[in-house]
Design a binder for this molecule. Structure first.
Ligand code: ADP
Ligand code: ZN
Length: 222
């Protein structure tokens, strides 16, 4: 099963993608995570992306598309993938269509997580994660059961993203509305586009997505 999760920063794409990985045995492909790994490793891509990401702007399409090309057909995606954070512009969506065509793959569903802008800044400004296993936490709504110890793996190391501060969030929301929101009608026109209420509690959002996936219309010709 091949999916795209769309929605603004803080909508819960990463959280849901991780749950869907387990539920469906498919692989999360998060371009933000891939870029952060490039930055950490000090690669040429990382060096180019670092300042752009810190400003809240989008990394140029060519870089992202080149980075993604080999990922979709990797052995870990044999059962399918969940794209999280890609595509983020119309040219990226068009490039993805081409890549899928060439690989003989297609999308089963494009799911938009709908959330109010007002909720996003608070969600993002308080979030942090386990440096070992990636489990997500929030200063107000999801603290560790034992303070300073990861519930999932017991690690004592936590990280906050450099771009998860109020100023950068504002810039990321501007980029979302100007550059990413235009891909919603692009996918709506292709069909297989679904909207889920991203303001609902996490488990309800997952259930809504499962319902969408369980009731997908048959493909043409099948
Ligand atoms: P969020 O969805 O919370 O903004 P991500 O981890 O997906 O976080 O992205 C972090 C940053 O990485 C973005 O603000 C942007 O600079 C860069 N980025 C990630 N994916 C893309 C993409 N597909 N196109 C351009 N820039 C991207
Ligand atoms: Zn952990």
């Amino acid at each position: 099963m091949n999916l795209i999760l769309l929605g603004p920063p803080g909508a819960g794409k990463g959280t849901q993608a991780k749950l869907l990985e387990t539920l469906y045995g498919i692989t999360q492909i998060a371009t933000g995570d891939m870029l952060r790994a490039e930055v950490k490793a000090g690669t040429p891509i990382g060096k180019q992306a670092q300042a752009i990401m810190a400003s809240g702007a989008l990394v140029p399409d060519e870089i992202i598309i080149a980075m993604l090309r080999s990922r979709l057909t990797g052995p870990d995606c044999a059962a399918g993938f969940i794209l999280d954070g890609f595509p983020r512009t119309v040219p990226q969506a068009e490039a993805l269509d081409q890549m899928l065509d060439q690989a003989g793959l297609s999308l089963d569903a494009v799911i938009e997580l709908k959330v109010d802008d007002a909720a996003l800044t608070d969600r993002i400004a308080g979030r942090f994660s386990c440096a070992q296993c990636g489990a997500g936490y929030h200063d107000e709504w999801k603290t560790a059961l034992v303070p300073g110890v990861c519930d999932v793996c017991g690690s004592h190391d936590f990280v906050r993203r450099a771009d998860d501060n109020r100023e950068t969030v504002a810039a990321r929301l501007v980029a979302y509305h100007a550059q990413t929101a235009p891909i919603l009608p692009y996918y709506a026109a292709q069909g297989r586009f679904f909207q889920v209420d991203g303001m609902a509690p996490m488990a309800d959002v997952t259930r809504e997505i499962e319902i969408v996936l369980a009731t997908l219309p048959p493909r043409d010709g099948k």
